[in-house]
Design a protein around this ligand. Structure first.
Ligand SMILES: Nc1ncnc2c1ncn2[C@@H]1O[C@H](COP(=O)(O)OP(=O)(O)OP(=O)(O)O)[C@@H](O)[C@H]1O
Length: 232
């Protein structure tokens, strides 16, 4: 499903004329199969977000190859990247990134509107998904009327609504207390099992990474394998 080969990336820092190159990824190779949960651990600044941004096509790698569903994404044109991303990836962020002026229902509905799905079909699809993630009773609430865990459930539903097969999660429980973290990790595990979704989770938290089938650690620009799965 995902095949990353020999990924190198550096950033240039400092003022023009006095710039320094900082290597962040130094030959990252990773394969993720359909229906797997893979966690990428790493300290702050180790390059986790950089790797995720390259995987999602927000950034081009300096060298290396990123294949998603058999397609080399680094050669796609910018407009095609956006379509490819919408079709293949759903995103979950630490700070939820919900639209404050839209209800839970409308936040989840938005990607379908963008895709041009008709209203009747949208209402049915969103209603079913909100039920699956346990939010049907608060579907009319605005983000500021929801708890952190409920907001993250909305953002998970929004990530799933377009039927993208791969969910990229960036510190998905980073803003939540430990009880709510467990709930969200259980939801991720159950969606993985029931819907066969593939998850790539980046985190600095060992407990979050422990829900994954495989864990890797980004260290000195390279991925090191380690860790074992446990049930929450
Ligand atoms: N646009 C940029 N320009 C210059 N340097 C950058 C840029 N983006 C990231 N970096 C540097 O690259 C390194 C990796 O950053 P990255 O955000 O990928 O790390 P991270 O592991 O996701 O960190 P965190 O856990 O704190 O979010 C850091 O040293 C950072 O300062």
């Amino acid at each position: 499903m995902i095949k990353i080969r020999g990924l190198h990336h550096h950033f240039k820092i400092g003022k023009k004329g006095d710039q320094r190159e900082v290597p962040v990824l130094k030959g990252v190779t990773l394969e993720v199969g359909k229906g797997e949960i893979v966690a990428i651990l790493g300290k702050s600044g180790s390059g986790k977000s950089t790797l995720l941004h390259i995987l999602a096509g927000f950034m081009l790698p300096e060298t290396g190859s990123v294949m998603v569903n058999g397609k080399e994404t680094s050669i796609l044109k910018e407009a095609d990247q956006a379509d490819f991303r919408l079709e293949n990836f759903g995103f979950i962020f630490q700070n939820f990134q919900l639209m404050p002026g839209l209800s839970a229902f409308e936040n989840v509905e938005l990607p379908l509107k963008i895709k041009g799905m008709d209203e009747k079909e949208r209402k049915i699809k969103v209603g079913e998904l909100l039920e699956k993630v346990g939010l049907h009773q608060v579907s009319g609430h605005y983000p500021n009327e929801l708890s952190g865990g409920q907001q993250q459930r909305v953002s998970i539903a929004r990530a799933l609504i377009t039927d993208a097969p791969i969910i990229l999660a960036d510190e998905p429980t980073g803003s939540l207390d430990s009880e709510t973290e467990k709930e969200i990790l259980l939801l991720i595990q159950s969606l993985n099992k029931k819907l066969g979704l593939t998850f790539v989770i980046i985190t600095h938290d060992e407990e979050v990474a422990a829900v994954a089938d495989r864990q890797y650690r980004l260290h000195d620009g390279e991925l090191v394998k380690g860790g074992q799965r446990y049930a929450v």
